[in-house]
Design a protein around this ligand. Structure first.
Ligand code: NAP
Length: 332
């Protein structure tokens, strides 16, 4: 039988585990060109909040009473597609379920001796590639520049910081605990890391950005962004990646308006959706990230929760900062 985690009701504002239910159905039969996959790991990502709430972005909303889905990795159990054989390791858009049935054309095979199943998501998946393209394509980092990253201890933020270090930048990360800040500095080599929940974080940011901010990679928005925006330099680039601080608000948040600051600093602010804007370049990003991983320049970091039934809990933890690096759910 196939356990599936389904969305059963749409919340207003912050979801809860009660919006989901585990149901059991038959394992689907393999049709022509299709592949049956047994799930190993599933990724939970902040953008799923919109899909739960019924809003489309690069993906449609989750359908009620159907298994939710997202990035995942698994092993082929049965295949009627010529490119896949039982036992192959694959990544793709899998159901939140023990088994998924997908067309072979929607799957990517990977070698677990080259990259572990968890790293396939934490280093080569959509979240790290968001950091890769957002920083390199929009941020255009140059040696010696100061890069500030909000949400720095998450899957995207960690990637941005490590690539910025590879490019010779001074890197300042902002994250939600001392433990996360220590990890960014001591393990990943960030120059400065600030806990935005500490009393004097604004003074620490001021000190860390004594030469201003050349690139701001924004994952969170809200009060943190208001503070960083005051410090941007002339010709700064603001990479608008995410606004997680506002995803669960029922009313729009009103704060300082930043357009004047962009004008007087001749700065650029650009948003993007990685799957709509960069999907065709994923192979290039994966190849470079793979190389850096093997050179030890990118360190993988995952927080793993066990059990398919815990996927809603893992997702909700993204909004309370439970994760360090990529949040994954291990299904088998
Ligand atoms: N544009 C795109 O195509 C694209 C693609 C992927 C992701 N994104 C966005 O990029 C951002 C990061 O994604 P991710 O996958 O790397 O997630 P993540 O960082 O792994 O997880 C979310 C983190 O956000 C922080 N957070 C939660 N609520 C917050 C709040 N109110 N204020 C400040 N920080 C808060 C928490 O860390 P702390 O402990 O530090 O608070 C949490 O660990 C998200 O906004 C996401 O929507 C955009």
């Amino acid at each position: 039988m196939n356990r599936q985690v389904c969305l059963v009701s749409r919340p207003k504002g912050m979801p809860s585990v009660d919006n989901f239910k585990v149901t059991t159905r038959e394992i689907p039969k393999v049709g022509k060109g299709e592949v049956l996959i047994k799930t190993l790991f599933l990724s939970v990502d902040p953008y799923m909040q919109g899909r739960i709430g019924g809003r489309a972005s690069s993906h449609p909303p989750f359908a009620l009473d159907q298994p939710a889905n997202g990035d995942g990795v698994g092993r082929v159990v049965e295949s009627s597609h010529p490119d896949f054989n039982p036992g192959d390791y694959v990544s793709g858009f899998l159901d939140w379920a023990d088994y998924s049935l997908l067309p072979g054309s929607a799957l990517l095979r990977f070698d677990p001796k080259e990259v572990s199943p968890a790293q396939e998501l934490s280093v080569l998946g959509a979240a790290p590639l968001t950091g890769y393209f957002g920083l390199l394509d929009i941020g255009q980092p140059k040696e010696g520049e100061t890069v500030v990253i909000s949400g720095a201890a998450g899957a995207v933020g960690m990637t941005v910081g490590q690539i910025a270090k590879i490019k010779g930048c001074r890197v300042v990360g902002i994250a939600g605990s001392d433990l996360k800040a220590d990890y960014l500095r001591e393990v990943l080599g960030f120059d400065e890391a600030i806990n935005y929940k500490s009393l004097h974080w604004m003074a620490m940011l001021e000190q860390a950005c004594s030469k201003g901010v050349d690139i701001y990679f924004d994952n969170v928005g809200g009060a943190i962004t208001d503070e960083v925006m005051k410090k941007i330099n002339r010709h700064a680039r603001v990479v608008l990646c995410g606004q997680i601080s506002s995803y669960n608000l029922e009313q729009p948040d009103v704060g300082p308006r930043h357009f004047r600051q962009l004008i007087v600093k001749s700065a650029l602010a650009k948003g993007f959706l990685v799957r709509l804007d960069y999907q065709s370049r994923f192979p290039e990003g994966r190849q470079q990230m793979h190389e850096w991983l093997h050179q030890g320049k990118i360190k993988p970091c995952e927080t793993i929760i066990f059990g398919l039934e815990n996927i809603p809990k893992a997702f909700l933890g993204l909004f309370t900062g439970e994760n360090l690096g990529k949040q994954l759910v291990q299904v088998e």
